[in-house]
Design a protein around this ligand. Structure first.
Ligand SMILES: [Zn+2]
Length: 252
């Protein structure tokens, strides 16, 4: 297949006009869009979207905050649901830990996240990880489980943690708000291109900070590619090709 741009993390079901989003993406040569399930409901919705649109690939998971509302049985059923649909998905996600939540929930979050890490290893699929304010703990859990196919989404940890991710041969994403976020500009500079992906987190993280939330869409992923090209002093096509190679390597 000819290289194209890839949005490795978005929430397509939350976007306003999904068909229009897909058309806009195609016009910009964004040919692979990974939509993420975050709950029982959105996991099913993500599978439906992938049936409808060729460019859409599915990741299934439970968002850490949503997972706190679920019983052990419900978590187990969802893990089984993902196992049953393993041939339809490209990765586990969005899963992880979020320490913006009350400290009382942290152990429970760790327990559930550990189950998803184990599942990704069992299915031999990449895992796309949310780590807000829990960056170091998330890395520890992944290291303890010896996870190898790891993508850290919107990683906001300190430089030494970024270095630890690079050393572990994991990947980081550069979201579209890299246009103004110095954290992600620093990540783009510090991480070798063969360990990067780009994402929009649509409908969030619009590249223009004056545009209100819920307006981002997968076609805008090109802004992350442009910023990486600028930071690394490379041609846009070169960045496109290299990240496409990362995709083929990790997701095959
Ligand atoms: Zn997300």
């Amino acid at each position: 297949m000819k290289p194209c741009f890839i949005d490795v993390h978005c929430h397509l079901e939350m976007c306003e006009d999904i068909s229009k989003c897909i058309r806009n993406a195609e016009k910009k040569d964004v040919g692979i869009i990974l939509t993420q399930g975050t709950s029982i409901e959105t996991n099913r919705k993500a599978l439906e979207l992938a049936e409808k649109y060729d460019d859409v690939k599915v990741c299934l998971g439970i968002y850490p905050i949503d997972s706190l509302k679920m019983s052990d049985d419900e978590i187990k059923n969802e893990l089984d649901f993902i196992r049953k649909n393993a041939d339809k998905i490209v990765a586990i996600g969005e899963v992880g830990m979020d320490f913006k939540e009350d400290e009382k929930s942290w152990r429970r979050q760790e327990e559930i996240f550990g189950k998803f890490v184990k599942l990704s290893i069992e299915l031999d699929k990449p895992i796309i990880v949310h780590s807000r304010k829990a960056e170091e703990k998330v890395i520890e859990v992944l290291e303890d489980e010896k996870a190898k196919k790891v993508i850290m989404h919107c990683f906001c940890g300190k430089k030494r943690l970024v270095e630890r991710i690079v050393k572990n041969n994991w990947y980081l994403t550069i979201p579209t708000n890299v246009t103004y976020s110095t954290q992600f500009q620093d990540n783009a500079a510090a991480v070798p291109l063969n360990q990067l992906f780009c994402e929009t987190d649509s409908p969030f993280l619009h590249p223009d900070k004056n545009v209100k939330e819920w307006k981002n869409e997968p076609g805008n992923v090109i802004e992350s590619y442009k910023k990486i090209a600028e930071i690394k002093g490379m041609k846009l096509e070169e960045v496109e090709k290299k990240i496409y190679e990362n995709y083929e390597k990790l997701f095959s």
